[in-house]
Design a protein around this ligand. Sequence first.
Ligand code: AHG
Ligand code: MN
Ligand code: MN
Length: 340
Amino acid sequence: MSPKISLTRYLVEQQRMDGHIPSQLRLLLEVVARACKSISQAVNKGALGGVLGTADSENVQGEVQKKLDIIANEVLIEANEWGGHLAAMASEEMDAIYVVPNRYPQGEYLLLFDPLDGSSNIDVNVSIGTIFSVLKMPEDDRGVDEGDFLQPGRQQVAAGYCVYGPQTTLVLTVGDGVAMFTLDREQGSFVLTEENVRIPQDTKEFAINMSNMRHWDEPVKRYIDECLQGKEGPREKDFNMRWIASMVADVHRILTRGGVFLYPWDKREPGKPGKLRLMYEANPMSWLIEQAGGAATNGKQRILDIQPGKLHERVSVILGSKNEVERVTRYHNEAERAGL
Ligand code: AHG
Ligand code: MN
Ligand code: MN
């Protein structure tokens, strides 16, 4: 039987290979994984740990925070602030960036996270997760500020998520494909269970919140309408639908068996580019999807090429199996040409 490869060993080997991961980045990823392990414990305890339910606060986007949103945010900050690998952190749950206090050494990386994705699923015992993205401080920068974070997603040096479901699985890219690690609770370590993850180019499964249908734009309506027509329609095949309402869980399914995920702009709040957050959700997930052979767009532009204008920026997201994403993009282009 081949030996089990732990996350630690995987990262050490990545570091040796072409210097893929500098030692500070390796430390950073180990620390993030440790924090995810601790969040996983809290999630598992549920009502026994008193972690369910709502806190008496709202985040910067005006969303009511759950207790676990706050706990997960604190776990990530406490785990990462003292190691000397980071200059600052930014989180969906914090208004402003968190600069590493000057009692600790400052490193050259920036860490961004959605500490708890799928908050509406916490209390109903459905899969949730943590999403993270790592950037490098711009060179010759004297002091860290919010502007340092405003880099397009293609400049990420690592990205991943940890899904807390029937299994706790950490999924990671450092720009050399996508690897999955399952938490072995007896050993207390993440073990490599999938390497070179590839998404099939075609799919018969889509994920979208259908209750927003009446608010969608023409190209999205057209795409979903054609899927719904099944064998009798222009696609000449029947489609299946899944919507978990945790992006981590939907993306995990797509990385595992293909599919397409859409959270498009809609007319409910026309001034808002979308619901999902570019820096904490769309960028890390888009890089993982691309690294696995899929594609990610906002309908008009590759997500990883978007220049962020602000930290908590939102974006329209369409990602997954390449041929489907290209089709949705084509529908956007055609609608634009037709002036729709
Ligand atoms: P979060 O819990 O971090 O706010 O993110 C929730 C996101 C995403 O995970 C999911 O795909 C989507 O919101 C669900 O939105 P709806 O409730 O509108 O379906
Ligand atoms: Mn989220
Ligand atoms: Mn969240």
